[in-house]
Design a protein around this ligand. Structure first.
Ligand code: ATP
Ligand code: SF4
Length: 319
């Protein structure tokens, strides 16, 4: 398995309290496979993404779990080894809002070439610019984009340039955190198509992160539904979206409008996601769940395999 995450916990310290942003997440990812992680704002998606690269704010800690990349646990690796051999080279990321992270007054080619030169010894500027030009072509931009400034590009072109930069050191795993959020629907569809093509062409494994179920359903071989720091359901995308087992997944899916169906009243999920400082005991979804039972308020539901490779954590499923 290319990437295997086991029981990962990442917490933030705030004053004297602990925000349990990622609280026991496990998944695996094979070569050229895509996993979509979907959940409401604040459920811990971006925290999980940062934990996977071990790019943590100063108040954050990985308190438990392993991140095995080609069998090597990167949680226990020293920063120097991560910087030299892992980050950007094996596992790379398109950050949320990263379109605006390109320096507007440095030419696109210079920025990509610089990323290559900083991370790889012995690459000349000429070689790095040639590689940057190839990368721009791979993401569907003209070589002439090398000489253009980010402010001269459209939103979609900028996002393609950011993806090219994330691919500059030939990573095996790409984490894309809300890669299309700031784009209009047409450009969004083009970027999702590009990411699907890159997955096949470069045998790239991709972790997609989004609050948008329809985006995740477009691009994922497998999906995980995240709620309050935990995965509540995961499996093959088709199985999870066509036969959702967890009440939270059912509510998320029923809240997605379809232009093909007649207008209907959507079942919005009542209530707010819980605080991750003092999450509800038992099942964290219980304050909002229409099927809540007594046991849900005190006992954490076990993870049940509802069908082969399709898992959900809910007391309704027995176990
Ligand atoms: P969004 O899509 O809105 O970014 P998310 O699902 O990615 O949401 P995170 O940003 O990972 O969620 O946040 C998870 C929890 O951690 C939230 O309660 C958030 O307030 C908290 N959090 C995030 N960053 C920090 C930080 N640096 N210090 C303390 N708490 C944080
Ligand atoms: Fe609802 Fe209980 Fe299942 Fe949680 S465990 S989703 S509260 S039925």
């Amino acid at each position: 398995m290319l990437l295997a995450v086991e029981g990962l916990k990442m917490y933030y310290g705030v004053s004297n309290e602990t925000v349990k942003a990622v609280d026991g997440v496990s998944f695996s990812l094979g070569e050229a496979e895509s996993l979509g992680i979907v959940g409401e704002s604040g459920c811990g998606k971006s925290s999980l993404a940062m934990a996977l690269l071990k790019i943590l704010p100063s108040n954050a800690r990985i308190v438990d779990g392993r991140i095995l990349l080609e069998g090597v646990d990167i949680v226990s690796l020293p920063e120097e080894r991560l910087r030299r051999g892992i980050r950007w080279k094996k596992i790379s990321m398109v950050f949320q809002g990263s379109m605006s992270a390109l320096n507007p007054v440095i030419k696109v080619g210079e920025q990509i070439a610089e990323a290559i030169i900083i991370h790889e010894n012995g690459v000349t500027k000429k070689e790095a610019l040639e590689r940057a030009a190839n990368l721009l072509e791979i993401v569907g931009l003209d070589r002439s984009t090398l000489k253009r400034y980010p402010f001269e590009l459209s939103g979609g072109q900028r996002q393609r340039a950011v993806i090219a930069m994330a691919l500059a050191l030939n990573p095996k795993v790409l984490i894309a955190d809300e890669p299309t959020t700031a784009l209009d629907v047409i450009v969004q569809a083009q970027i999702l198509k590009l990411l699907r093509e890159l997955k096949e062409r470069l045998r790239l494994s991709i972790v997609f992160i989004s609050h948008d179920v329809s985006v995740i359903s477009e691009v994922s071989d497998r999906v995980a539904i995240m709620y309050a720091g935990k995965f509540v359901e995961s499996g093959n995308a088709e199985a999870v979206f066509l036969k959702p087992s967890h009440p939270y997944t059912q509510a998320l899916i029923s809240a997605v409008p379809s232009i093909k169906e007649p207008r209907k009243t959507f079942k919005y999920i009542v209530g707010q996601p819980p605080s991750l400082i003092n999450p509800p005991p038992g099942c964290r979804f219980h304050p909002r769940c229409p099927y809540v039972m007594d046991v849900c308020r005190s006992e954490e539901p076990p993870i049940i395999e509802v069908e082969k490779g399709h898992f959900a954590a809910c007391h309704l499923l027995g176990g």
